[in-house]
Design a protein around this ligand. Structure first.
Ligand code: 13P
Length: 232
């Protein structure tokens, strides 16, 4: 099982450093597998012990006239080689189109990054039934090389993000099993993963890991979630 913490626009440089220190301490006696933390851009730093640091976002370029963005040069300074692409908050709030997302994907693929590529449907699509659901999800793979060797796909239904209502294990299985069959990639689930739900989610065969927002923000609680997920 792999565990990914997406801080979104939370934590500072200082609090991220303390978080990493505490997380490593809490997990020192655990065979905890792969743990990734995605802090905001201002808190990027080199990872330590059990924790790999990734970027929540990056523009498709090394450097240049792109106000407000960070690119390859800024990521390399911290040895970052893992990036989230296609998160629904980037797509919905910041208006990133499929074409734009695919350009990022292509760029960071050429740079050999580990790409956590996020997909997920809004509630109104979910309510239209299974066919509409998969049509929507598959459209989020347009322009994406699903055979890329360092690709991980994160299925995060928008209606489950930040709502406290996780998808049911049946919902997750339905989507993950089909995605596995079609693309044969590593798959994460995200959307209100909590200490109470991690055990059931971790038991699903087609779930290789979880992408956690709010329940990852405190290091001691995230450590507990990890331990539970590992059955420790
Ligand atoms: P929550 O765990 O807060 O629902 O966020 C999930 C998410 O968007 C992770 O990328």
């Amino acid at each position: 099982m792999k565990f990914y913490a997406n801080f979104k626009m939370n934590h500072t440089r200082d609090s991220t450093s303390k978080y990493i220190e505490l997380l490593n301490k809490e997990l020192k006696d655990t065979n905890s597998g792969d743990i990734f933390v995605f802090p905001p851009a201002t808190a990027l730093q080199k990872g330590e012990d059990k924790v790999v640091i990734g970027a929540q976002n990056g523009y498709f370029g090394k450097n240049g006239a792109f106000t407000g963005e960070i690119g390859l040069e800024q990521l390399k300074e911290f040895n970052i080689d893992t990036i989230l692409i296609g998160h629904s908050e980037r797509r919905e709030i910041f208006g990133e189109s499929q074409e734009f997302v695919a350009k990022k994907f292509d760029y960071y693929k050429k740079e050999n990054f580990n790409i956590i590529y996020c997909i997920g449907e809004p509630l109104e699509v979910r309510e239209q039934g299974v066919e509409a659901l998969f049509e929507y999800l598959y459209s989020q793979f347009e322009g994406i090389d699903t055979t890329y060797k360092n690709l991980t796909v994160a299925y995060e239904p928008i209606w489950a993000i930040g709502t406290g209502v996780s998808a049911t294990t049946a919902d997750i299985e339905l989507v993950h099993n089909r995605l596995k069959e079609r693309f044969n990639v590593e798959l994460l689930y995200g959307g209100s993963v909590k200490i109470d739900t991690i055990e059931d989610i971790a038991k699903i065969d087609s779930v290789d890991g979880v992408l956690v927002g709010s329940a990852s923000l405190k290091a001691d609680e995230f450590a507990k979630l990890i331990k539970k997920g590992l059955g420790a």
